[in-house]
Design a protein around this ligand. Structure first.
Ligand SMILES: [Zn+2]
Length: 234
């Protein structure tokens, strides 16, 4: 009986230890990008001037640049589980500060997505481990809107909470000292809340759009009313 190669699994099922396929793809991507626009990388080396800060979910199905067809240098990105902006999260706050004060982005967009696993865990009290402590922030949103969520059809509750979470996190962005100070000195920064549909690849504006401190509360109320109408939760 022969041993060895005969029983070797087919090439595709061998686990790559060096991830050479990713390096191959990277070289090809860099070649195509430079071919399409000669000098692309040397130009980016000098400076980045993105107009947008994207705060999104870490979910692999929601790749920020691809969704809006933007190139490197055009989108400043922060992602975490369930697109949370917590007042005490130095990571998110540092990103927001650098984006607003350093890069002078004109728009900060909180982007949630339908069927978000982090939001599902918050809604259904799933125990996943350490991340449960992070998801507490989304549970806070669920608690705040408990009465509203009870009026939503059970099969729509997850997506309703995804939208409510965007609403609250966008408001948290507005309430940061960084954004409040920017508005106070007259810097143009607009905060937005969007939701991405995993089922159709489309972004939807929840219309919590604020460009000044006094716009936050009315924008929040209008966007909340929109969610209530959309989910028949009046
Ligand atoms: Zn998610």
């Amino acid at each position: 009986m022969q041993h060895g190669c005969r029983h070797r699994p087919p090439e595709s099922s061998i686990v790559s230890t060096q991830l050479t396929e990713l390096f191959d793809s990277n070289r090809e991507w860099a070649r195509r990008t430079e071919q399409r626009e000669p000098g692309f990388f040397s130009k980016l080396l000098e400076q980045q001037t993105p107009q947008y800060l994207w705060i999104g979910c870490a979910d692999s199905r929601v790749p920020a640049n691809e969704l809006v067809d933007l190139l490197p240098g055009e989108l400043f990105v922060h992602r975490n589980v369930a697109n949370v902006v917590a007042h005490s999260d130095l990571n998110a706050l540092s990103v927001i500060q650098f984006a607003v004060e350093g890069l002078k982005v004109q728009h900060i967009i909180v982007v949630g997505h339908s069927s978000c696993g982090g939001v599902r865990a918050a809604l259904n009290d799933l125990r996943l481990g350490l991340v449960d402590n992070w998801i507490r922030h989304v549970k806070d949103v669920r608690c705040k809107h408990e009465a509203l969520l009870e009026r939503v059809a059970p099969e729509q509750r997850l997506n309703a909470l995804c939208e409510l979470n965007v609403l609250e996190q966008a408001r948290n962005v507005c309430d940061t000292t960084v954004v409040q100070d920017a508005w106070a000195r007259g810097q143009e920064v607009v905060v937005h809340g969007w939701v991405y549909g995993l089922h159709n690849g489309l972004l939807e504006d929840l219309r919590i759009t604020a460009a000044a401190a006094e716009q936050v509360a009315p924008a929040y109320r209008a966007a909340l009313a929109g969610i209530i109408t959309r989910y028949h939760a009046a």
